[in-house]
Design a protein around this ligand. Structure first.
Ligand code: URA
Ligand code: SF4
Length: 245
């Protein structure tokens, strides 16, 4: 996307946010994008994706390392301001399973790696329980920079950062995605459902099947959720066995 278009979108979104607040914000991003795509199609009679020259360098990256090197100094949203380290993601570049969290916490921001704090240790244990080693899967977040005070990332921050996760997905091509918590599920699936209604269902992101469960940090706060989380994970493992094994 070129800078002029980006500016236009940002201005339009600011106007809409001003009028409608956050509620309609996500929807309007989508509407605006749909409109831009439709306009381009009409004007040029081709899919906008075919405009190679419109692609930014990072969109053309052929490896995760290359992608990381091209986006690590990103300043596309204001989360860059409080960042100590950019947290790209880590794990197996050929993973069948991708775990998606919300965003870096204090420890992640310090180390530049996802899920290395207490919640991260629990994630490692959760994965072990369904017979996955941590380095067998790929772990990333919806936003790559730590939100101040660990607040939930805002819809516009998630939307700004999501193309990077999508590109990671395209390079890795996992068959399954496990969303950790409602924020990750909302960010990835653009869903407005509650966590309760999403648990146990199978969703899709591009060609991958997606399931949603509790965020490990939520399990630390409320150990009563460990049992239902285990139920989710058994279903996820079954889906993995059906699709991959
Ligand atoms: N919580 C997340 O959502 N992601 C991390 O990387 C760490 C904690
Ligand atoms: Fe860029 Fe994502 Fe960091 Fe925002 S959170 S500055 S979009 S890398």
């Amino acid at each position: 996307m070129n800078d002029k278009l980006k500016k236009q979108i940002i201005e339009a979104l600011k106007d809409q946010k001003e009028i409608f607040g956050d509620d309609l914000f996500e929807e309007n991003i989508l509407n605006r994008r749909t409109k831009i795509v439709a306009e381009k199609k009409e004007k040029y009679s081709v899919e906008p994706e075919l405009f190679a020259e419109e692609k930014e360098e990072w969109e053309k990256a052929g490896s995760l390392e290359k992608l990381e090197s091209l986006i690590k100094d990103c300043t596309a949203c204001k989360l860059c301001e409080g960042r100590n380290k950019f947290v790209f993601g880590s794990g197996n570049p050929n993973a069948d399973v991708m775990c998606v969290g919300e965003g870096p916490g204090a420890e992640e921001d310090k180390q530049g790696l996802p899920f290395v704090g207490r919640a991260g240790q629990l994630l490692t244990d959760i994965l072990k329980a369904i017979k996955f080693e941590r380095d067998e899967v790929y772990i990333a977040n919806i936003v790559k920079c730590r939100p101040p005070g660990n607040r939930t990332p805002l819809p516009d921050e998630m939307d700004t950062c999501l193309p990077y996760l999508r590109k990671q997905y395209e390079l890795i091509q996992p068959k399954l995605i496990l969303c950790l918590g409602l924020t990750a599920a909302k960010g990835l699936l653009k869903s407005r459902e509650s966590l309760t209604s999403m648990r146990g269902k199978i969703y899709e992101f591009e060609d991958a099947k997606v399931m949603v469960t509790y965020h490990p940090a939520a399990l630390l706060r409320n150990p009563n959720w460990k049992r239902p989380c285990w139920e989710d994970l058994k279903k996820f493992k079954q889906l993995y066995d059906d699709l991959v094994k």
